[in-house]
Design a protein around this ligand. Structure first.
Ligand SMILES: NC(=O)c1ccc[n+]([C@@H]2O[C@H](COP(=O)([O-])OP(=O)(O)OC[C@H]3O[C@@H](n4cnc5c(N)ncnc54)[C@H](O)[C@@H]3O)[C@@H](O)[C@H]2O)c1
Length: 341
C-alpha cells in the first residue's frame, strides 16, 4: 500500500500527538520528519518516535523529497506563513486551527494553496468526533426537522500561565477556543453565520486584558436563514474539559456531550462526583486520529479535503466579528468586516 509521507512542523503538545498518531495509528501515512524551531525538541521527539530526520526549520524539512505533505502545529501566528511556504514547495497541508490571525494572511494562504494546486485541510477535528458526526447524520436525515437553535459551550480546564499570553503567538479566546464552535455552528446547522453579538469578562483575572484577551465569552449568533445560536467559552473552568452542544430542531433535538442522570453535579478544582474529561487530547483522542487518517486517505486518493481552507476562512471571519463586537460593545455583521486587519 502506498503511504503518504508526512512531516510535522511544531511538536509541542498538539503536534506531538499528531506525530504519534501518524507514526502508530494511521496506516495510510508514514511519518518521515519532524521540524521545530526548538531543534533539540524536534530531535528528541524524532528519537522517541524512532524517526530518522529532524530539522530546526520548515525550509530545511521542505527540501526533503520524502516529505510529500506537512502537518502544521506551530502556534497560531505562524500558520499562514507556514502554509504559504509549504504550498510553494508543492506539499499538501493539514494545518491546525485557526487558519490565520487576520483576513489578509488567511487570504494569502488560500491564494498560495490555489496557485500551487495543493490540498489544504484545516484542523477542525470535532467534525470527526463520533458523537458530532452522529448528530450531523441525524440532521441530514431530517430527524430533527428544521434546526432552529445551536447552543454550545467549550471550557478548557487549567489556567494558562501569564507567560503564554505574554508570548503573543496565539489568538485570543475567540480564535483559539471558540473557533471550534464557530466551525461546528456552520457545519452542523448547514448554514452561514450572518451576525454575532459577543460579551466577555476578565473579572476573575483582570491582567489577561493587558494582552487583548478575555477569560470567558458568550457569543450570540444569527444564521443567514433565520436560525439563532449561543456559544459560551471559558479559558479556565478548573474542574475539567467540558465541551457540549445542543441543536434544537422543529421536530427533535440533539444533545452532544455528557448528560448525567442525577440532576445535581458538583464541580470544583478537586474534581467532581462524576467522571469528567480533563483534556482535549482525551476527549477528542479518536477525532484527532480520524482527521489525520482522512487527510492521508483523501490526499492519496487525489480527492478534495473534507474540511477546507474556505472553512478555515469562514470560521476566522466569525471569530473576528466576535472580537469586533466585544471591542465595540455592539453586534457585528460578518459582511461588515474590513478586508484586512
Ligand atoms: N485542534 C485542537 O483541538 C487543538 C488543541 C490544542 C492546540 N491546537 C493548536 O495547535 C497549535 C499548537 O498548539 P500547542 O498547544 O501544541 O502549542 P505548544 O506551544 O505546546 O507547541 C508549539 C510548538 O511549535 C514550536 N514552534 C514555535 N514557532 C515555530 C515556528 N515558527 N516553526 C516551527 N515550530 C515552531 C515550538 O517550539 C513548540 O514546540 C496551535 O495553533 C493551537 O491553536 C489545536
Amino acid at each position: 500500500m502506498r503511504k503518504l509521507g508526512v512531516g510535522v512542523l511544531g511538536v509541542g503538545e498538539m503536534g506531538r500527538r499528531h506525530a504519534e498518531n501518524l507514526r502508530h495509528l494511521v496506516p495510510e501515512a508514514r511519518l518521515v520528519a519532524i521540524a521545530d524551531v526548538a531543534g533539540a525538541r524536534a530531535k528528541q521527539v524524532a528519537d522517541e518516535l524512532e524517526i530518522e530526520y529532524s530539522f530546526s526549520s520548515l525550509g530545511d524539512m521542505l527540501q526533503f523529497k520524502e516529505v510529500e505533505s506537512v502537518l502544521i502545529a506551530t502556534p497560531d501566528k505562524f500558520h499562514a506563513s507556514s502554509i504559504c511556504a509549504a504550498a510553494a514547495a508543492g506539499k499538501d497541508i493539514l494545518c491546525e486551527k485557526p487558519l490565520a490571525l487576520n483576513l489578509a494572511e488567511a487570504r494569502d494562504a488560500l491564494e498560495a494553496v490555489q496557485r500551487a494546486g495543493v490540498r489544504l485541510q484545516v484542523g477542525f477535528m470535532r467534525r470527526y468526533d463520533p458523537a458530532y458526526a452522529a448528530a450531523r447524520k441525524k440532521i441530514d436525515a431530517g430527524e430533527i426537522g428544521q434546526p432552529l437553535i445551536f447552543k454550545s459551550l467549550g471550557r478548557d480546564k487549567d489556567e494558562a500561565p501569564i507567560a503564554s499570553y505574554q508570548s503573543n503567538v496565539n489568538g485570543m479566546l475567540f480564535y483559539t477556543n471558540t473557533i471550534h464552535d464557530f466551525d461546528m455552528a456552520r457545519w452542523i446547522m448547514k448554514d452561514e453565520v450572518a451576525s454575532v453579538h459577543s460579551y466577555s469578562t476578565v473579572v476573575s483575572r483582570p491582567e489577561v486584558a493587558n494582552f487583548g484577551d478575555v477569560v470567558a465569552g458568550v457569543v450570540n449568533l444569527k444564521f443567514a436563514h433565520g436560525a439563532i445560536g449561543n456559544i459560551e467559552s471559558m479559558a479556565q473552568a478548573l474542574y475539567g474539559y467540558d465541551v457540549r452542544t445542543e441543536i434544537i430542531g422543529s421536530k427533535g433535538s440533539l444533545f452532544v456531550g455528557s448528560l448525567q442522570q442525577t440532576p445535581m453535579t458538583f464541580l470544583t478544582s478537586h474534581g467532581s462526583n462524576k467522571v469528567l474529561a480533563d483534556h482535549f487530547l482525551t476527549r477528542f483522542a479518536d477525532a484527532y486520529v480520524a482527521e489525520v487518517r482522512d487527510f492521508a486517505q483523501t490526499t492519496l486518493a487525489d480527492k478534495a479535503p473534507r474540511v477546507t481552507g474556505e472553512d478555515g476562512l469562514k470560521a476566522l471571519e466569525i471569530a473576528m466579528a466576535a472580537e469586533n463586537s466585544h471591542l465595540q460593545g455592539k453586534p457585528c455583521n460578518i459582511s461588515e468586516l474590513a478586508v484586512a486587519r
